[in-house]
Design a protein around this ligand. Structure first.
Ligand SMILES: C[S@@+](CC[C@H](N)C(=O)[O-])C[C@H]1O[C@@H](n2cnc3c(N)ncnc32)[C@H](O)[C@@H]1O
Length: 232
């Protein structure tokens, strides 16, 4: 008999955009895992839910390096999963907090798989995604009528971007901080209407409607571009 493992989406940053369910579970479980990219740096996801967590002693930080090196990633996932399984085996419930929605580009996905493979019961609580929050913040529909929408992780090499743009009405570019110049050029070439939002819902949020004015070398990690075909 093991405890239950929860994944809690905490939304994109505004603490009022967290579900009651995530807050209730965070306060019910025995241990709350707060993922951080570097030891001692703090956890973006935990910072969002922090104010609602009554017992801070249950919080355990785990380090998940931000890297594409599969060996390094595998090492950190296995180490952290081993620690989580150790807690679950004491019949304690564990929740893992994650930015936005757990099922969109999150480390939680990998951890959840490894834990579920061990026969542990898993429950994932959805969160408001960063792109839904950004579209609402900007009062821009992500899709209407029979329009299509695509979500692209711009940090990767987007070699088929032209094809995607040709086929889609609405484009969400997540993680644009790594590949910005290349992505911006493509979007410009296709004459799309674009807006970048940085740190949506935070006090230092920025909305930039002219991509040419973006300082490509200083784009915060929490940024995205929403692009739409013009006049449609
Ligand atoms: C690892 S993904 C996490 C996505 C998250 N699971 C979701 O549902 O939105 C991180 C990316 O999400 C986007 N993001 C998350 N929060 C954001 C925010 N508050 N403002 C702008 N973009 C955000 C950025 O593109 C960032 O690089």
């Amino acid at each position: 008999m093991t405890g239950k493992f929860y994944g809690l989406g905490v939304g994109p940053g505004d603490p009022e955009l967290i579900t009651m369910k995530a807050i209730n579970i965070a306060n019910k479980v025995d241990v709350l895992i707060a993922p951080e990219t570097v030891i001692g740096k703090g956890s973006i996801a935990y910072d969002i839910i922090n104010r609602y967590v009554e017992n801070k002693e249950k919080v355990r930080f785990q380090t998940y390096p931000m890297t594409y090196n599969t060996q390094e990633l595998g090492f950190s996932w296995n180490k952290n999963v081993k620690e989580i399984l150790g807690i679950l085996q004491q019949n304690k419930d564990v929740a893992f907090v994650t930015l936005g929605d757990p099922m969109i580009y999150s480390t939680y996905i990998y951890i959840m798989r490894l834990i579920a493979e061990m026969g542990v019961m898993v429950e994932t609580v959805p969160g408001i995604t960063s792109f839904c929050a950004s579209a609402s913040r900007l009062n821009i529909p992500l899709a209407e009528g029979n329009e299509t929408i695509v979500i692209i992780p711009a940090a990767y090499e987007c070699d088929n971007l032209d094809d995607i743009i040709n086929q889609c009405d609405n484009i969400v570019m997540m993680k644009p901080s790594k590949n910005f110049e290349k992505v911006a050029k493509k979007l410009e070439k296709h004459n799309l209407s674009t807006v970048m939002i940085q740190k949506c819902g935070y006090d230092d949020e920025k909305i930039i409607r002219d991509l040419k004015s973006v300082d490509g070398k200083n784009i915060p990690y929490l940024s995205m571009i929403i692009a739409k075909k013009k006049g449609e």
